[in-house]
Design a protein. Structure first.
Length: 313
């Protein structure tokens, strides 16, 4: 934070970039734009919303919206002996949703025809209800099949918008086409706006404000837009988290504080990650807790001594 907005500081005229997740983004955004004392920091700082976690939580939000009506039943048809967690792993959810989308063309025509049939019946019932009211006659106050019509519309929304929205966003995030990703980003914002869970509302709020920041930066022609056009994938937290995980496992604990040693391991991070994806078992340095090992050994020794005493007795 040193030197932000100070005209006499060596870094004056330069920008800084801070890449954060949804909650930190919203907290910092409120602090930067609600307190005048942060005006200098706001002037020199690009606060970037993390793109990948929006994709990750979209799977959870989709489960929350459609679990009880469609997704749980479809899941147990495919996996009758598996346990369905409240928040399945991202790999499991993405695979399951891909299978659903691949199966959708096989019954799409039947779904559209059923929606058209019920829509006509609902309109006929509404017309007859209005005519009966005008004539002063009694009429059935509620269409008996109206809940089925709503369920079919929700199912159509799931397959026509929700699933393609999430999958297209993940694909565009891995690509190198910033205009396409902008379109997918706005569609993802619409998806979160249509969800009812609290965390989905939090994501919608942060994504809405970051969309306005993007428009402001584009209008002013700020240099951050050049980075987005060049390669917006570098702003995916997943890439950084995977790289740091590989880096931490590749170094011995006694060398992690050595900057030059860490820099050398960092240059080999990509090779180690690709080797791991190819099935090669590379050595990993894990930190063992000495206290836990000592307690475990002591318990085993006590149990062995107790067994010996019982045997002698």
């Amino acid at each position: 934070m040193e030197g932000f907005g100070a005209p006499d500081h060596p870094r004056y005229g330069q920008y800084s970039l801070l890449h954060v997740d949804m909650k930190i983004f919203w907290q910092l955004l409120r602090a930067l734009y609600c307190y005048p004392a942060f005006a200098r920091i706001r002037h020199d700082l690009f606060l970037i919303f993390g793109f990948w976690h929006a994709y990750h939580y979209a799977h959870v939000a989709l489960w929350d919206e459609f679990r009880s009506t469609y997704l749980a039943k479809a899941f147990w048809v495919l996996y009758p002996k598996h346990r369905l967690m409240r928040r399945p792993k991202n790999t499991q959810s993405s695979t399951f949703f891909m299978w659903l989308r691949l199966a959708y063309p096989s019954f799409r025509e039947k779904l559209v025809a059923a929606i058209a049939t019920l829509k006509k019946e609902v309109l006929d019932w509404q017309h007859s209800f209005i005519r009966a009211r005008q004539d002063g006659k009694d009429h059935q106050k509620q269409y008996p099949h109206y809940p089925f019509y709503v369920h079919l519309l929700n199912l159509y929304h799931l397959f026509e918008f929700c699933l393609p929205c999430i999958q297209d966003y993940g694909t565009a995030l891995k690509g190198n086409d910033w205009p396409s990703f902008q379109t997918c980003y706005k569609r993802m914002l619409l998806f979160y706006l249509s969800c009812s869970s609290k965390e989905a509302t939090d994501y919608a709020r942060s994504m809405f404000m970051f969309d306005h920041l993007l428009r402001y930066w584009i209008r002013l022609g700020l240099p951050i837009i050049d980075l987005f056009n060049w390669n917006h994938t570098i702003f995916s937290e997943e890439s950084g988290e995977v790289a740091l995980s590989v880096l931490s496992h590749s170094q011995p604990p006694t060398k992690r504080s050595d900057f030059k040693n860490a820099q050398g391991f960092w240059l080999l991070t990509r090779q180690r990650y690709l080797a791991g994806r190819q099935g090669q078992d590379l050595p990993r340095h894990k930190k063992h807790r000495v206290v836990g090992t000592f307690v475990s050994s002591s318990v085993q020794l006590l149990l062995a001594t107790h067994s010996v005493n019982i045997a002698i007795f």
